[in-house]
Every structure is written in structure tokens, then in C-alpha cells.
Write a protein that binds this ligand. Sequence first.
Ligand code: NAD
Length: 538
Amino acid sequence: MTAGALSNSKPKQVNIEEVVQKARDTFNRGVTRPLAWRRQQLKNLLRMYEENYNVMVDALQKDLRRSKMEAVLLEVDYLINDLKSMLHNLDEWAKPEHPSKGIVNMLDEVVIYHDPYGVALVIGAWNYPLQLLLLPMAGAIAAGNTVIVKPSELSVACAQFVVDYLPKYLDNDAVQVVEGGPAETTELLKQRFDYIFYTGGTAVGKIVHAAASKFLTPVTLELGGKSPTYIDSTANLEFTVKRVLWGKFINTGQTCIAPDYVLCTKEIQDKFVEIAKKVLKEWYGENPQKSPDLCRIVNSRHFNRLQALIDASKDKIAIGGEYDAQDKFIAPTIITNVRGSDKVMEDEIFGPILPIVPIENAYDAIKFINDREHPLVLYVFSNQSSIQTLFREQTRSGSLGINDTVMFYGDIGMRLLLTEPGVASTSTLSIWRDNGQSLVREKPLVMYVFTKDKAVLSTIVDSTSSGGMCVNDTMMQMGVETLPFGGVGYSGVGAYHGKATFDTFTHKKSCLIKNFSPIGEKLASSRYPPYTDGKLNF
Ligand code: NAD
């Protein structure tokens, strides 16, 4: 199959099978294995970033109307810092591990070697088009793999940068670029890879996972989802509002870890809006469309999707709501008194719209987060009528059973059990299918919590599941390179950043190295037949 490879104007035709075969041949020749080769490639990549700093900033400006500050902070400097750290740590990360060993292996060596997988495929997304493609690519090279990168077709200028510049700096036999959209990616996915690293939406993530499973290829899937933000009355609201709005409106909300929606009491909601009005005016002026600091929506399809969300929430808009299709501009928008059933709560927003959902307390918030998948049947075990009423009124399910274990259609029934009946604490809730498997809950990429109350925090930590968490801020967890970043459930598989990126592209090969010492042989000789009881008791 041939596919278009990006070049200046006319896409060059490439044969995908040949591209993959070339990557495999290069790996099989052992080119990428020596640390010296890896180090040289990473140094070349660093030089590419440093020599073309402004070209990268310009490409981001063209694709998303990114301000220089956001381009540098979130992509160019981010890539440079990550690469410097990778170069600094490469020898240490690549060294074989020597785990502890038992008395039986006293005289032996127990080693974990760090093997490259082989041929890696990295598929990028358009919202951080350089960082999300080139950072995992660097990890694949550092771990000794050959790599094929597929930039997103939607961020055209950044894809062009990758096509034009990577071949000038990196070993063309080991690092190749394939251009294209769904058709080309589908063709790529028919090939056998040794590792696939995909960033993008959950729907395509499932396609990638299915394609990988044909060859039992391990994957990292960096996906999305609705990341909730809980704010309670102990949080410093002035700081909180700024931190939430920054995380939401950076890149105009087109960020996988943007706070998707806020859960707080009505009282906090009102104060939040009051402060947000002041902050947004200070940041973006009277007319945010004129601000140089707000990006644009990547294309008309995404613009229309976001416009429909605003139109469906017209009566609830507290701030913003303006849009201009010609300019692909959407004003920072806050929607209040949102309910779980509102359109804006259906899917990940991925744009500058922040819904606030009023709740009563932390338990209510936990329930809201955990209830995003609707079970067929809910069973509630509780002596308290207030708890029974709470669940009757506040849960959505096909049926509800109270204090009974009646099964509906065999094992498809689900039970919601208060493990300590009568204790009105959601932290003691456990949910499972009758066949013993966990009920699948929505698991967001990130859970944001703003509170000074340690008890509230620990309840939320224990009672919710998410890829990661950030407390009293948004987005900043990304800057901590010792924190692996990734999702769980529908928000992703695997994690990277810092050493975790190197580990992602590394197969840990366990090895026992026995000795030939006569004492060792004697100690282990009881394993040989004939198997007598005496040997068993030895
Ligand atoms: P997308 O899934 O539409 O596209 C991602 C990649 O998949 C692109 O390279 C595209 O060409 C390819 N693709 C698209 N359709 C395909 C198909 N049918 N078959 C095979 N390949 C196909 O995602 P997107 O719109 O680019 O990104 C938005 C989503 O990505 C959001 O949900 C966001 O949260 C998520 N995201 C996650 C992270 C993360 O690090 N976890 C980062 C950025 C974006």
C-alpha cells in the first residue's frame, strides 16, 4: 500500500510495507542498540530544537494561533528540557538492574536487562502536535528502538515541520515519518510493530488497541475523558479560580488534562463566577477576541461541535458565550447550574467551555463522578431510609433493589453495597458485578481537587479512580518529570514522562545466571530424580 508522505506541496508516495521493513532491517542489523548511537541521535534532536526554535513556534502559531509564551512553555522548552534530562540519565536508565535474591540463588546472578522492543510506531494528536509526537519518539530512540512517527493531519504546519526537519538531523534508516489521516493510519496498523504509542481520542484508541492485539503488540494509549474538578469551602478561592481558568483556557481548552467541569456548592459557584469575571477581564481584556493570548479552535468541525454545546446551554451562560465561525474564535465561557443530564456533560468538551455542576458536599461529588456509567440494576443495602431515598432519587439505573439480593437475568445484575449498612459515607461504598468483576466506572485522565481539608482529600483519593490527580492546582502535575503521566480505563493504558518514557519503550528481560560451582550444584541437586520424600522435605 502506498500513502502520501508530507513534503512541501506535493505529497510524496511511500510504500508503508517498505517503510516498516526498512525499520525492521535497521533494528535487526543492531544499528540502534549501542548507547553511543542513541546518545548521538538525541544530541542531534536537541540541536534540531535549538536551531529551529522559532520555526517550531511559528508552526504552532499557524496551526492553533498559539502565543509564543504557550508555544515555548508547553512544547518547545518542554521538549528541550525533557531531552536534556534524558541525555543526562541515559546511562543510568539503560543499565541492567540487579534485584534482590533469595538464599537459593546466593551464588548466582539475578539480572533484569533493558531491551529495546524493536520497531515502534508513534501516532500523534493535533492539540500539542510537537510535544505529543516528539517526546515519545525521543523515548523510543533512547531505549534503542527504530521508530516510525505519524503526525496528526489536522496540525498541518507542525506535521510539515516534522517531515522537513527530522530527516535532516536523525538517522533516516532508523527514524521515519509517515504522513496522513485515518486511511494511512489504518494501513500502518495492518503492519506488525513491536510497540505502538498512540495519543488521541478514546474511540480511535480502541481501534489501535484492536489492531495491536492481532500481533500481541504492547501499547501505550494516551486518551482523553472528562476530568472533574472538585472545589470545597476550605480552598483559597482567589487562587483556585486563577488556577482552574488557566488550566481550562490554555490552548483554548484543547488540552487532554484540562479541567472539564467543576463540582462545588451553589455558594462557591456564585463566588467563583464573580472572581472569574474579574480575572478573565484582567487576562484577556474587554474583548477576548482581540487578545493575542487566546488560541483558536483547530478546525471547523471542532468549532461547530463547541458552538452546538454553547447553543444548547444558552440560558445557563454566566460568562462568555460569544463565538465567530470565520475566526474559529470561542470566548472563554462559564456555564452555571449545569446538571449531569445536560448536553455539555455528555462527552469531553475539549474547548473553552467550563460547566459548573452544583452539588451538596464531597460525597455528592464522589457519587457524581462515579455514577457516570449507568448500571442495569442497582442494589442498595442500608438500614437508613434517608440513604435509601438518596439512592432512589439520585441514581440512574434500569432497576433498583433495596436490601435484597434478587438476581435479574443471572450474572448481569449489579450490586451496590454499603459495606457497613447504615453508615452514610460514600467512602465505604463498593460496587461490583455479581460475577465478581468490577463495575466499569468512568475513570477520568485527571481528578482535580481544591481543598485544605485532609479528610476530604483522603476520601476522594480512596473513592475515585483516575489516571492521576492534582491537588490545589491544574496542569502543573505535567511538569513533574518523576510523576508518570497516563490514564486508566477509557482514559488510557500505560504512562510516560521522565524515566517512565524510557521504561515504556523498554522490555525488561529477566535473567538468572547460574554458576558452575560444585557447591552450588550440590545445593541444587535435590531437584533431580529420583524424587524421594526425603528430597521433598529437604
Ligand atoms: P483522534 O483520535 O481523532 O486522532 C489521533 C490520531 O489518530 C491522528 O493521528 C489521526 O490521524 C488518527 N486517526 C483518526 N481517526 C482514525 C481512524 N479511524 N483510524 C486510525 N487512525 C485514526 O484524536 P484527536 O482529535 O487528534 O485528539 C483529541 C483527543 O485526544 C481528546 O480526547 C484528547 O483528550 C485526547 N488527547 C489525549 C492526550 C493524552 O496525553 N492523554 C493528549 C492529547 C489529546
